[in-house]
Design a protein around this ligand. Structure first.
Ligand code: HPA
Ligand code: ZN
Length: 349
């Protein structure tokens, strides 16, 4: 091997996976609540939990499907009562995100999980917005909030939630759709998404996680979403894969989540590499990192370990996609892409 080639060999993974800047676009802030913080907030707020200890709580994280997870996720969120609780939860996420080189996070929150327990909308949004301001000041992390409607509840309840959040309109950039997917198709929320679009909000929705590929199509056609959260069951429809590639509709994929919720038996069976090969704008995200065994870098590391054919080029593409798929302006996307290439270049030196 020529000396100059040897001195400029491509960086070996996983260093770039640990060091490259990325945007996180699929993160439920309530899913970042670690067991230690759940127990601490329960004590602070006098909330009784059905678990005796942090260890007992963690031991319960053996899920069989989405609903078995959601039952525990809503129980965990029951400790959040005051504005400072929402601040503490989001601040803990931002500290962790900074360690993973997340430069930008578009963060889901589920107001109905809290307002149903009598928590004021203002406490939820202001606590999260305060942490976001501090993360920008201390870590330079940009972020934006996306208000999710719980799809197991009615569209009327979604409308009431959107209305209640409007005094805080300047604190969120979009709406999403999460919770139990099967039996709650996108069309249930057509009118409230139309209203959100009128208000100038971005629209995204979970689709094709446990629900069929048809839900991805109706999320695109009826809710007019700009990104699909998960979307992995598009693999069941070659025509849909072709459409997603042609229209470059981003999918916010969450590999560890999909394995924890038994969508796939293991990461080796995960279709992300095939979707990347098919030219889709797929991104890597953590979903509910406190429950699924890892934050965004853990998702990258474990996915790449399970698919040895994934290399530097795919790592760069995935980070690049995360910027492309974000809701920031094109000048910022270009700055991040240059930063990404500079980090890769440095690691190659
Ligand atoms: N799917 C649907 N709803 C959710 C999820 C998820 O992975 N996480 C939190 N709410
Ligand atoms: Zn999700």
């Amino acid at each position: 091997m020529a000396a100059d080639t040897a001195s400029r060999k491509p960086p070996t993974l996983p260093a770039p996976l640990r060091r490259m800047p990325t945007a996180e676009l699929h993160l439920h802030i309530e899913g970042s609540l670690e067991p230690e913080l759940i127990v601490r907030l329960a004590q602070r707020n006098g909330v009784t939990l059905p678990f005796a200890s942090v260890e007992a709580l963690r031991a319960a994280y053996a899920f069989t499907d989405l609903q078995s997870f959601l039952d525990l996720y809503y129980a965990g969120a029951s400790v959040l009562l005051k504005e400072e609780d929402f601040f503490d939860m989001a601040w803990a996420y931002f500290e962790r995100a900074a360690a993973d080189n997340v430069v930008h996070a578009e963060i889901f929150f589920d107001p109905q999980t809290h307002t149903a327990r009598g928590v004021p909308m203002a406490a939820v949004i202001q606590g999260l917005a305060h942490a976001a301001r501090r993360a920008h000041a201390e870590y330079g992390i940009g972020s934006a909030l996306i208000l999710c409607f719980l799809r197991h509840l009615s569209e009327d309840e979604a409308f009431a939630t959107l209305e209640a959040a409007l005094p805080h309109r300047h604190h969120f950039i979009g709406v999403g759709l999460d919770s139990s997917e099967r039996g709650h198709p996108p069309e249930k929320f057509t009118r409230v998404f139309a209203r959100a679009r009128e208000l100038g909000l971005h629209c995204v929705a979970h689709a094709g996680e446990e629900g069929p590929a048809a839900y991805i199509e109706t999320a695109l056609d009826l809710l007019k979403v700009e990104r699909v959260d998960h979307g992995v069951r598009c693999t069941e429809s070659p025509a849909l894969i072709e459409r997603l590639a042609r229209q470059r509709v981003p999918l916010t994929v969450c590999p560890l989540s999909n394995v924890k919720l038994c969508v796939y038996p293991d990461l080796a069976a995960h279709p992300l590499p095939a979707l990347l090969d098919a030219g889709l704008c797929v991104t890597v995200n953590s979903d509910d990192p406190a429950y699924f065994g890892g934050y965004v870098v853990d998702n990258y590391l474990q996915l790449f370990a399970a698919h040895p054919r994934l290399g530097m080029q795919q790592a760069r593409q995935l980070a690049f996609n995360s910027f492309e798929a974000s809701f920031v302006d094109t000048a910022q996307k270009a700055r991040w892409a240059r930063e990404l290439d500079a980090v890769i270049e440095r690691l190659s030196g």
